[in-house]
Design a protein around this ligand. Sequence first.
Ligand SMILES: [Zn+2]
Length: 271
Amino acid sequence: MLDAVADRISIYQPEQPGLIFPEIPKFASFAEEREYRKRHLVAATRAFALHGFDYGFAGHLTVRDPERPELYWTNPMCVRFSDVRMSNLVLADHSGNVVEGRHAINRAGFVLHSAVHDAHPDVMAMCHAHTTYGTAWCATGRPLDMLSQDAACFYGNHAVIGASAGAVAVEKESGLSIAAQIGKYRGVLHQNHGLLTTSRHSIDDAAFWFIALERCCRVQLQVEASGIKPQLLSDKTAQYSLDHVGNDFIGWLHFQTIYNQLVESQPDMFD
Ligand SMILES: [Zn+2]
């Protein structure tokens, strides 16, 4: 529980003491923190499975190691999101070498993720997958309209990247050309490709905003398909919502709901 109101970083945290509410954990050792990050990385991949984000071997999620931030943990190549577990996670370096784990890593994943992690030392985690609605909206080459409070979480915090549009990122240069842009924003819509999210906070935060971004793309496609001209949020309202429900703590907080559900329903995550 929070000790004092002074500890509050979000208006969502209860002022009344003694109530059950998720707390960001504190760690006594790197080993503890590594265990936490790995568990939440597995949960993030399982959450992607629940949302139907699998597309063959495409899609990769990464989180830095707490002790050796030049290394990152990621999901194994050619393992369905629903089969990712603690024992098959892979620890890789920025040259694409597997430092720990038996599985190979995704070549495009390593190119993209290592370039972003390299260009932005403060980026903690990153997610990418080939989702249906994200891919569809990314074909338009347009940023999201501020259609809803949920879309406002990406107000001024997402970008469309046209460079290397539609070209698979397997060469190092392609990763470098877009990496500088990717880490600047919560969400990136890579034209003719798909969605990416990054977080300076946690894999929980990156994963939740990925799910949210896919949903925003779906909503926008549905609104456009209706043919009805939507009412948009004003800049002031979008900024207000961003300030209150669009920060990285809120992304982490949203994800705890999904994490707790997965802990109960999929205990094999931790094998
Ligand atoms: Zn991709």
